[in-house]
Design a protein around this ligand. Structure first.
Ligand code: ADP
Length: 439
């Protein structure tokens, strides 16, 4: 091996790069001089013999010496240089050792070869161990340790900084969240309180409307009753002007009565103060009754009417409310149609009964259909004034269907073509036993 020798007290080195800037010695004219000059930037100090070179290293004239281990071991022992050590390998190639003889001594060559051949493997190993083996003086490179300590410290510092930063961010977020939660809780509490107050107010409003409307109906009934008697001429002849004006009073009072009746119904449903009175009856029964009640208007408008209701279709529900819905639909079909046919079709759909009333009237545009079932919504048309109405009929129908009869409503319509209004009700409804205020 080509090795680097240093004094025993020299700092630890790992290879040739660690002696780049040191005073390095080599034996002149050897392969080591060539190696150092060709492979490193070291400018070696050369010594004519190995002995001189090693003495110079031991004496401190050079700091390192590049040499082959076998020759060095020999001379170190021979010269008894106790302050030297093999510090590191200089290169990694392995050189073989040879004997050389003069060309004109062929006998010597063969004698030496013979002698060498007689050496056993054990003896060979013993010689190698004694003269050629390398014993490195291992040590710890302080610079390397500092380097590692430095990197590890930086790593730890970054790691802990990251954790601290993370903690800080989390804490901040938690504080913000806690604050927001508190705020939310406070708002929710306030909202709940406001909601309760609103519910209470809504209830009071409904109660108020129901009772005021009731009080209004009594005098209104008198007005309608007495105007009717006067109009019939039971209290004496009327002149045409009186008759015309009284007719207006009569129809306005009737309109008002309708409005009040609807308002009472809506308020009572919204206040949950309406009872459902279930009764078993045939659906055709209430439909025929409704048809009879609209007969005069039907004839006046020369509209035809068809009904297709299975005779045996039975329901157990609130008769009055179901009929009220059908009448609402029928009277609308009449009011908003000028020609054609009104059809009533009823059918059994499992747990429900469905009644559909179609007309060939003015129809409703897609945009307006959405508003239909809202209170006081009346769609603009040339029949709007003539037809009269409150805009509460469909709203009330929806409320009755959904909240009292446990069903639903439906509508399909096309402008200028006609409409189909439907209602489905639960076939068999359980009676509710809530207390109601009488109307
Ligand atoms: P109204 O008392 O005005 O009839 P409704 O609530 O019963 O109130 O109906 C609301 C509006 O829906 C009506 O004003 C009318 O414009 C429209 N409408 C209801 N039924 C029909 C129908 N069969 N054909 C066309 N339009 C209708």
């Amino acid at each position: 091996h080509r090795v680097i020798l240093t004094r025993s007290d020299a700092p630890f080195i790992t290879g040739i790069k660690d002696i780049q800037n040191k005073k390095v010695g080599v034996q002149a004219g050897t392969s080591h001089e060539g190696f150092v000059k060709e492979h490193t930037s070291i400018k070696p100090i050369t010594y004519p013999t190995l002995q001189e070179g090693l003495m110079a290293l031991s004496g401190g004239q050079v700091e390192a010496f590049v040499v082959n281990i076998a020759s060095a071991s020999y001379w170190i022992r021979k010269l008894n240089l106790t302050n030297l050590k093999v510090a590191a390998q200089a290169s990694f190639e392995i050189f073989y050792l040879y004997f050389a003889v003069r060309k004109d001594f062929p006998e010597l060559l063969s004698i030496i070869n013979k002698g060498l051949n007689s050496i056993t493997q054990e003896e060979d190993q013993e010689i190698q161990r004694k003269w050629v083996s390398i014993e490195y003086k291992t040590g710890v490179d302080i610079r390397l340790i500092w380097k590692y300590v430095f990197y590890i410290s930086i790593g730890l510092f970054l790691f802990f900084s990251l954790i601290l930063f993370w903690n800080y961010r989390l804490k901040k977020e938690i504080t913000i969240r806690e604050k927001a939660e508190l705020e939310l809780e406070r708002h929710a509490h306030e909202l709940e309180k406001a909601n309760e107050q609103l519910k209470e107010l809504d209830h009071l409003k409904n109660m108020f409307i129901a009772s005021v409307s009731h009080e209004l109906r009594t005098p209104l009934n008198s007005i309608i009753g007495f105007t009717g008697i006067i109009l019939q001429g039971l209290t004496g002849e009327l002149n045409p002007k009186q008759k015309d004006q009284l007719t207006r009073v009569y129809s306005c009072a009737n309109h008002l009565l309708g409005l009040i009746t609807d308002v009472i119904d809506i308020s009572k449903i919204e206040a949950g103060r309406i009872d459902v009175y279930p009764k078993k009856f045939r659906v055709n029964e209430i439909i025929q009754e409704a048809i009879i009640s609209i007969q005069p208007q039907l004839q006046a408008k020369s509209l035809s009417l068809e009904s297709d209701v299975p005779e045996d279709l039975m329901v157990n529900t609130d008769r009055k409310r179901f009929q009220q819905c059908i009448l609402n639909y029928l009277s609308n079909a009449l009011k908003y149609s000028e020609k054609g046919t009104i059809k009533i079709v009823a059918r059994d759909v499992g747990k429900y009964v469905e009644v559909k009333i179609s007309d060939t009237g003015i129809g409703i545009s897609e945009a307006d259909v959405k508003r239909l079932f809202e209170p006081f919504e009346r769609i603009d048309s040339h029949l709007r004034v003539k037809a009269g109405g409150t805009g509460l009929g469909l709203y009330l129908t929806r409320k009755i269907a959904q909240e009292l009869l446990k069903g639903d409503i439906s509508v399909e319509s096309e402008l200028h073509k006609g409409s189909v209004f439907g209602i489905t009700v639960l076939k068999d409804i359980e009676a509710k036993n809530e207390k109601s205020i009488s109307d």
